[in-house]
Design a binder for this molecule. Structure first.
Ligand code: DOR
Ligand code: ZN
Ligand code: ZN
Length: 445
């Protein structure tokens, strides 16, 4: 037998252990993991110099934009950023222009993406106006749905609880997960109005509006929907200890809930917001250092299901403005998430197996990506090669993302993705994109 590619002289993360071995790849799949002498003939043999091979990261919270928002990011720039960050599959959020909320809109988005993506992409849809349309969107290939409780994105007003519940029930019936931006819109918008009337427009006002209370209310609302509809509900970017505690309690009761945290909430607090300014403005906002520490502790203990970037690019002009209400919220993270997490591993703050669980295995399980998220025979050859010893400084001017700013600018990190393989093809090597637009595949339901 001769295969397409053999990766030799590597350390491979295999079922919780790191072993000295190599990999054979054929037709985009891993066909063998073995010692070098037991690997087959190959058209190409690549020596990995003893570097670590992990499953490619799966980032389930990415705003790739494109279409009318392509000035912020497009499928090519966003997936190049993913490749550079060791991310082989991203799940694209629906708050686009036009909003992904119908079969036609999703089809159009997939059409455009298929010619431009360098890594694999799956799609969220927002809820459509008509519940009946949900089934069609699923048929078209949406992997999951996303709903914002903070404001209306898509066809259902977050105040319309009856309709939301019907939508959740429809997803439960189809066994499709729903991700929730859990900030309670009623409380949030009341507070924003009140603060604006008082002429408040500083970071403190922003934090008062997007308060822990607003997030707790959002999370409670999401959990109630999950429980009543028995729908798998994924709570995005949990930023506060009280939020996580409620989620852990719901999980103990056996409810179908998963939770996600972002690197910015794990590494930054509201003190950074005051210091860094608009670049660090995001929803939910950066929180107290006590919250940040709680997130880290629960991550270390293995209680967090997923770490995702919430990669939310904006034009630099949109991050300017003297009033905080005029500034676009969002932090880019595709190129920093894995390095920041690897740095935790290097510092002894996180086990490699927890990293792999939250960035690769759990995202694949929760969002039902078959044959991804693991290194195993028969699985897709979505892989990242890591130089664990490489120390470097985060420089956003080198990002492939169009948003060349980050609250992590200047951070010293240790551990770098140096090669990214998508479906068996090398798409990034030493920070250079070797993949062509269209190499990535659309992963449908
Ligand atoms: O900060 C954020 N930015 N939070 C969101 O929920 C949306 C995102 C965006 O799309 O820019
Ligand atoms: Zn969100
Ligand atoms: Zn988001």
């Amino acid at each position: 037998m001769s295969v397409d590619l053999v990766l030799k002289n590597s350390k491979i993360y295999l079922y919780g252990r790191v072993i000295d071995a190599g990999l054979a790849i054929d037709n985009g799949r891993i066909v063998k993991v073995a010692k070098e002498s037991n690997l087959p003939q190959a058209s190409e043999r690549m020596d990995l110099d003893g570097l670590l091979v992990l499953p490619g990261a799966i980032d389930v919270h990415v705003h790739l934009r494109d279409q009318d928002l392509s000035y912020k990011e497009d499928f090519y720039s966003g997936t190049c950023a993913a490749a550079n960050g060791g991310v082989t599959l991203v799940v694209d959020m629906p708050n686009n222009k036009p909003v992904t909320m119908s079969r036609e809109a999703l089809r159009e988005r997939m059409n455009i993406a298929s010619r431009r993506i360098v890594v694999n992409v799956a799609f969220y849809s927002a809820f459509p106006r008509e519940i009946d349309e949900i089934g069609h969107i699923i048929q078209e290939g949406a992997k999951a749905f996303k709903t914002f409780l903070s404001h209306k994105v898509g066809g259902i007003n977050p105040n319309d609880r009856e309709k939301l519940l019907r939508a959740f029930r429809e997803l439960s019936k189809n066994n499709v997960p729903v991700a929730v931006h859990a900030e309670d819109g009623t409380l949030l918008n009341e507070k924003i109005r009140e603060l604006k009337l008082k002429g408040r427009d500083d970071f403190r006002a922003y934090l008062e509006a997007h308060s822990p209370r607003v997030e707790v209310a959002g999370i409670r609302g999401a959990i109630r929907l999950a429980e009543e509809a028995n729908a798998h509900t994924h709570i995005c970017h949990v930023s506060i200890s009280d939020g996580l505690k409620i989620i852990f309690e719901a999980k103990r009761r056996g409810l179908p809930i998963s939770c996600e945290v972002t690197p910015h909430h794990l590494f930054l607090s509201s003190q950074h917001l005051e210091r860094i300014g608009n670049v660090a403005l995001t929803n939910p906002p950066l929180r107290s250092s006590a919250d940040m520490m709680y997130l880290r502790r629960t991550l270390q203990k293995g209680l967090i299901d997923v770490v995702a970037s919430d990669h939310a690019p904006h034009a630099s002009k949109e991050k300017e403005g003297s009033s905080v209400w005029d500034v676009s919220a969002g932090i880019v993270g595709l190129e920093t998430t894995l390095p920041l997490m690897l740095t935790m591993v290097n510092k002894g703050q996180l086990s490699l197996s927890t990293l792999v669980r939250v960035l690769m295995e759990n995202p694949a399980k929760i969002f039902r990506f078959k044959r991804r998220g693991l290194i195993s025979e028969g699985y897709y050859a979505d892989l990242v090669v890591i130089d664990m010893k490489k120390e470097w400084t985060i420089d956003p001017s080198e990002f492939y993302s169009k948003a060349k700013f980050s609250p992590f600018e200047g951070w010293h990190v240790k551990g770098k993705p140096v090669k990214t393989f998508v479906n068996g093809t090398l798409v990034m090597e030493d920070g250079e994109i070797t993949g062509k637009p269209g190499y990535g595949k659309i992963v449908k339901r």
